[in-house]
Design a protein around this ligand. Structure first.
Ligand code: UT7
Length: 323
């Protein structure tokens, strides 16, 4: 018998305030047309004043638990993928744990920026396969609006806030690719590229700092590395792109999403796209897309999914799972 970490529930939360591209025309030299054509983004959500990453994470967690038909007492561990924690410490995951009224088990954050959810899912899978936990709440939650330099038109129009969550649980599998759950994963990072996407604050400055990005360079790496990691993960599972029902990519830029799908030879009607509505929500983008993809009726039980993401570090990776 093989243990698999399978999806039991999914949910998301987006802050109320929707910011259309046109709002930026008043504060910087940009246009709705430029933002749409260069990134595919039409609008994004921004958290309200005082609304923290943990608040978004808690709402997404409750939605995923409701979808799973479970309560906090059924969960053994919480992992939050975030680069925008409310505080340097404690972990956002412990804030979620307390809010859910969960007084046992353990909770921690994973920081791999836009690839954070893929890293968190892989960690949750390892906890389940090693018997450390039977059910893990995996959350991606971000308030990237708080890291923006509002004078930098090359970055401030691209990011948004939100949260998504999955409940993973141990199920018995057969050890074949017909099993539900996580079938394989591929993780990578290369710190030589740490300067092309970073936040210029932290303990070294005593400030939170702002996001700094060499967009063109990140774009170049993304196009090259995302299809590679997805192919490697599929290979590890003994699958090919033809087996894939849905690519659920990190939602940074429609041109990156299309370029990756093309390299994988998967048509765009098998790609879940939410970037137009959410912008780049970093670690929240994949769980948001999973939740929205399910709600739209795109993702169905038994479908084979590939998630892939890249971000600051650089850190990148992919997970293959059967829904
Ligand atoms: O989540 C993972 C991390 N992030 C990403 O994956 C993002 C990766 N990069 C990208 O998505 C794209 O590189 C961008 C969307 C950031 C930029 O698109 P681009 O096609 O690479 O444009 P560019 O940076 O080469 O800029 C083209 C022009 C420049 O003007 P000049 O030098 O040609 O005169 C920019 O100054 O567009 C200008 N520009 C803008 N114009 C209007 C840059 N930002 C804006 C803007 N509005 N907001």
């Amino acid at each position: 018998m093989t243990i698999r970490a399978a999806v039991k529930g999914v949910g998301h939360y987006l802050p109320e305030r929707v910011v259309p591209n046109a709002e930026f025309e008043a504060i910087i030299d940009t246009s709705d047309e430029w933002i749409r054509s260069r990134s595919g983004i039409e609008r994004r959500h921004f958290a309200a004043e005082g609304q923290m990453t943990s608040d978004l994470a808690i709402r997404a967690a409750l939605a995923a638990l409701a979808d799973a038909g479970l309560g906090a007492e059924d969960i053994d561990a919480i992992i939050v993928a975030t680069s925008t924690p409310d505080l340097t410490f404690p972990a956002v995951a412990t804030m979620v744990q307390a809010a859910l009224g969960m007084t046992r088990g353990f909770a921690f954050d994973v920081q791999a920026v836009c690839a954070g959810f893929v890293f968190a899912l892989t960690n949750a899978n390892a906890l389940i396969l090693s018997g450390q936990a039977r059910r893990v709440l995996v959350i991606g939650a971000e308030t990237f609006s708080r890291l923006m330099n509002w004078k930098d038109r090359g970055t401030c129009v691209l990011f948004g806030d939100g949260a998504g969550a999955l409940v993973l649980e141990a199920v018995d599998g057969t050890g074949t690719t017909a099993d539900r759950g996580i079938l394989s994963a591929d993780l990578n990072s290369d710190g030589r590229f740490r300067d092309i996407l970073y936040v210029n604050g932290g303990t070294s400055t005593g400030t939170t700092g702002h996001l700094v990005m060499e967009g063109k360079e990140v774009f170049r790496h993304a196009i090259e590395k995302l299809a590679e990691t997805a192919h490697r993960a599929l290979d590890k599972a003994g699958l090919t792109p033809e087996d894939v029902d849905w690519i659920v990519p990190h939602q940074a830029n429609i041109r990156i999403i299309e370029g990756t799908a093309k390299r994988m030879q998967v048509p765009m009607d098998r790609v879940v796209v939410t970037v137009q509505d959410h912008g780049n929500t970093s670690a929240a983008s994949i769980p948001l897309a999973l939740s929205v993809g399910k709600a739209r009726g795109q993702i169905k039980p038994g479908d084979l999914l590939v998630t892939e993401a890249i971000g600051g570090g650089l850190a990148w990776g992919s997970v293959v799972l059967r829904w």
